[in-house]
Design a protein around this ligand. Structure first.
Ligand code: ZN
Length: 152
C-alpha cells in the first residue's frame, strides 16, 4: 500500500525533522464551540506533533465524531424550540422573523436542517432579552403592511 511510504520510523513529511511513531494521540476537535476529545491512532511526529492518518485511522474515530456532531446539532434544534416556546412564537412566525422559508423552523428543530449562525445568535439574544422581541414584531408588522400596500 502507498501508505507504507510514510509510516512508523520514517522522517516526518511535514517538518522533515522529527520521526513518525505509530501510536494513539489524545486530540480535541471543535464543533460549534463544543470540544470532542478522542484517542486518534496514526503516525505522529515527535517534533512538530503533526500526524499522518491512513484510512483505517480515520475510520476508527469517524463514527464517534459524526455522532458527536449529530448530537450537537440536535441539542441546537432543541434549544431553538425551547426559546421559541418561551417567546410564544409559532414556527411560522419564527421563520418570518429570521427570513427562512415557512418550514424552516420545524426542520431546524428536528435537526433536519442547520440554521445560519445569525438565526442562532438572534435566538440566543432573545433568550436573554425577550423584551426585544416586541421591537422586532413591530418592525415585522410594519414591513408586512408595506408589502401589502405594494402588492395591491
Ligand atoms: Zn514533524
Amino acid at each position: 500500500m502507498s501508505e507504507a511510504i510514510i509510516s512508523n520510523g520514517n522522517t516526518c513529511p511535514v517538518c522533515f525533522q522529527g520521526t513518525l511513531h505509530r501510536r494513539s494521540k489524545h486530540t480535541a476537535l471543535e464543533y460549534k464551540g463544543h470540544l470532542f476529545e478522542q484517542e486518534q491512532p496514526g503516525d505522529w511526529c515527535d517534533v512538530c506533533g503533526e500526524g499522518i492518518l491512513n484510512g483505517d485511522d480515520l475510520q476508527a474515530t469517524e463514527p464517534a465524531w459524526l455522532a458527536f456532531r449529530g448530537e450537537v446539532d440536535r441539542e441546537e434544534g432543541k434549544a431553538l424550540a425551547r426559546i421559541r416556546h418561551k417567546l410564544k412564537l409559532t414556527q411560522a412566525e419564527a421563520a418570518k422573523l429570521t427570513g427562512g422559508g415557512k418550514n424552516a423552523f420545524s426542520r431546524y428543530e428536528r435537526g433536519e436542517a442547520r440554521p445560519m449562525p445569525a438565526v442562532l445568535n438572534l435566538f440566543k439574544l432573545l433568550d436573554r432579552h425577550p423584551e426585544l422581541l416586541d421591537d422586532l414584531k413591530e418592525k415585522l408588522t410594519a414591513a408586512e403592511v408595506l408589502a401589502g400596500i405594494r402588492s395591491r
